[in-house]
Structures are given as C-alpha cells and as structure tokens.
Design a protein. Structure first.
Length: 151
C-alpha cells in the first residue's frame, strides 16, 4: 500500500507543477479573473465571477465567457500529466443563464484517456449549485512535456 500512496503523491505533485507552469503562461484566464481552485491528475476545478463586462445583449452571462471557463478547466485537467494536450473538439450546452455577480465553478474530470486521445466532462455551476453549462472536450496528446526537464 505505501508504494501506491507514493505514486499518488508524485502524480499530484506533478499536476501541481504543471498547473503552475500553465498559470504563468496562460494570460486569457488571468484577464478574466479565472482562478484555479483544485488540480489533480485528470481533474481541475476553476472559478470566476461574472462581471458587467461579461454580458451579452440580453444582460446575461455571455456564452463565450462560460465556455472559456470550462475550456480552461479542461486544459488544466488534460495537461495535468505533463504531456502537452490540445483540444480536438468541444461541445457545450447551456441549461441555465449566468447572471452578473454569479460565481461560476467549472468542475472538469477525465472520462477516458488512451494513447493520444482523451475525453473530459466539465460541469459549470453557479453559487447555488444550479447547472449553467455542460461541456465535453476531446483532446489530442502531443509529444514532449510542459514542465521543462521532466523526463
């Protein structure tokens, strides 16, 4: 059992190092106030507050902003193994609107990963737990590493 705990803690530490590296390089999420809440192998939770600058013409949260939050959580989750991964396809459904002042949380989890492909589901909720968006992303895993010097 101790061997498994060591492997788990090493994978967690790697995911945290990768997240730090991504956070330094990814400027768009920072500009939108997107914050990393948790990271782990194949998992990320991120949040942001909907501001007046993020609204559409009918006064609700712009779908592109919600998509960006979910896509950012997806990026952190699928890159958490220190293998560069890029979006291959993404779909999103908006069962409810976001409103100014809402605190949105995107919870992204790995569904399947094999070879060079991965599938991730992300649920975006507001501060009351209402589902605002359902996102599914498929990634393509590339050669190389995100954290320099990692074998």
């Amino acid at each position: 059992m101790p061997h498994r705990a060591t492997e788990d803690s090493q994978r967690q530490a790697l995911a945290e190092r990768v997240a730090a590296a991504i956070g330094e390089k990814a400027t768009a999420p920072r500009a939108l106030g997107i914050e990393l809440d948790t990271i782990g192998p194949g998992h990320a939770r991120m949040s942001m507050t909907v501001t007046g600058d993020m609204l559409n013409a009918v006064g609700t949260g712009h779908g592109g902003i919600t998509f960006t939050l979910a896509d950012t959580a997806f990026a952190y989750a699928c890159n958490s193994y220190d293998r560069p991964a890029v979006a291959l396809s993404c779909t999103i459904t908006y069962p409810a609107a976001a409103h100014p002042g809402d605190r949105l949380t995107a919870e992204c989890r790995e569904i399947h990963r094999k070879g060079r492909n991965g599938t991730y589901d992300c649920t975006v909720t507001n501060q009351t737990g209402e589902v605002v968006a359902l996102f599914r992303g498929q990634c393509r895993i590339l050669e190389g590493h995100i954290v320099e010097g990692n074998p």
